[in-house]
Design a protein around this ligand. Sequence first.
Ligand code: Z5A
Length: 217
Amino acid sequence: MRNRANFTGVADHTGLFITFEGPEGSGKTTQVELLGQALAAEEPVLVREPGGNELGERIREIVLYGGLEIDAEAEMYLFMAARRQLIAEVIGPALERGQIVVGDRYHDSTLAYQGGARGVATTWPSTFPRPDVTFLLAVPVRSGLERNVEAGKSTDRVERESIEFHERVAAAYDRLAAAEPERFTRLEATDSRESIHFAVMDRLQPLLEAMKSRQKR
Ligand code: Z5A
């Protein structure tokens, strides 16, 4: 792997960086898959967090399923270490090549879970590219948790937290979206899968066109 220590990728890439955020069971993975299919001709790069490469998947095992007591700040650094490796190995190079990158969670998850819900002091590192657009799938906390139970998903360390914890996550997401209205598009996750996907495509259309004209120059 090239040494990517200096990669910032904040403003200088020709690709398009799209992320999906939201509480448990809000339908992020469903929408990432639908978007991946809709953009198949563009060969988008789909990534999930934590994960998406070997270090990320190993950290995922430790932080979500390791059965360990982890200090809240240590947990934040683990998520961020996995993210930095994903940026260096996958996200940064893909954006530089002019590809579309679609993230199933990204740094806003750390701001909402470790910052908003656990109370850890968080920042946005300058070497973490900001997404061009972030879709926040808003769902009532209990409905989202019930959806995951109905889907038979096994619960991890974070999902087993109290309802109050998940309410704090949702409130933190609302504050993040309100603070950056140009980047965030808030969608009601209780709408049908198809109508959410339609709204996603509608929001992306001008960005996709702008990306293509940037690349022709
Ligand atoms: N975490 C963190 O604390 N800090 C960080 O920095 C990062 C993560 C990056 C990752 O768990 C955990 O790590 C997460 C936050 C924490 N844990 N918590 N709590 P994960 O990767 O295993 O899972 P997740 O990201 O939390 O996703 P999820 O909640 O499991 O699901 P989802 O992707 O949002 O939803 P889905 O899988 O697409 O859909 C869930 C079900 O609902 C499924 O049966 C669908 O068919 C159904 N669904 C989807 N859309 C609809 C609509 N529109 N209507 C009805 N039903 C629907």
